[in-house]
Design a binder for this molecule. Structure first.
Ligand code: G3D
Ligand code: MG
Length: 186
């Protein structure tokens, strides 16, 4: 009986932790976004020594652990090692850098087609640097990324953001957290 009650108590009061990867080419703004999220949601715990997995407190009972992995081409080969742990994915693009759109699309496609990433993992695509982006280029990026995301059954959404001043960040994170909550209660 105690075991059962304790189990129910634990279930009712346990902290939920969601693990999400922040991926994207180098210079997309991943670390800037992470700093912005830490400032917005608060960082309640000390950073681990390698500083790649800060925790963002969403409320008293939920935490989002974010893995900011390096985006240089030589480092992308380590991304798949984290896929099996991920319950969510954020993919950032530099919306002001049209020259690297093809490279970003190719990196995104290899993530989407990797079987190590669970088929239910929600994918939040963020078109960053809206403060300096050309709206026409942003439209083209939306089309390309939207088409790639649609080839996967994973839930996905695309938001324009500015990691530097925080525009759009809360909206995007809200979508992701709702998806994570839904997936964890299913
Ligand atoms: P990364 O972690 O993906 O490699 P960083 O990218 O977060 O280090 O950002 C790369 C550069 O882009 C940084 O400039 C950073 O200030 C800038 N940046 C990030 N987000 C935005 C944004 O929303 N708008 C603008 N205008 N710039 C942004 P530096 O000059 O430090 O290299
Ligand atoms: Mg970085």
């Amino acid at each position: 009986m105690f075991g059962l009650l304790y189990g129910l108590f634990e279930q009712a009061f346990a902290k939920k932790e969601y693990y999400a990867l922040i991926l994207g080419l180098d210079n997309a703004g991943k670390t800037t976004l992470l700093e912005r999220m830490k400032a917005t949601y608060g960082e309640k715990e000390a950073l681990p020594p390698d500083r790649i997995a800060p925790t963002v407190g969403l409320n008293r009972r939920e935490r989002l652990v974010l893995w900011d992995l390096g985006g240089q081409s030589g480092l992308r080969s380590i991304w798949p090692k984290y896929y099996s742990e991920a319950s969510g994915l954020l993919f950032l693009l530099d919306a002001a850098d049209e020259k690297r759109l093809e490279e970003a699309c190719s990196a995104f496609q290899s993530i989407m087609t990797d079987p190590q990433l669970d088929a239910k993992v929600p994918v939040l695509i963020l078109l960053n640097k809206q403060d300096v982006a050309d709206p026409k280029v942003v439209e083209r990026m939306k089309e390309s990324m939207g088409a790639l995301a649609a080839t996967s059954s994973r839930p996905s959404a695309l938001f324009p953001i500015c990691a530097l001043n925080g525009d759009g960040v809360v909206k995007g994170v809200k979508w992701l957290v709702e998806q994570l909550r839904e997936a964890s209660s299913a």
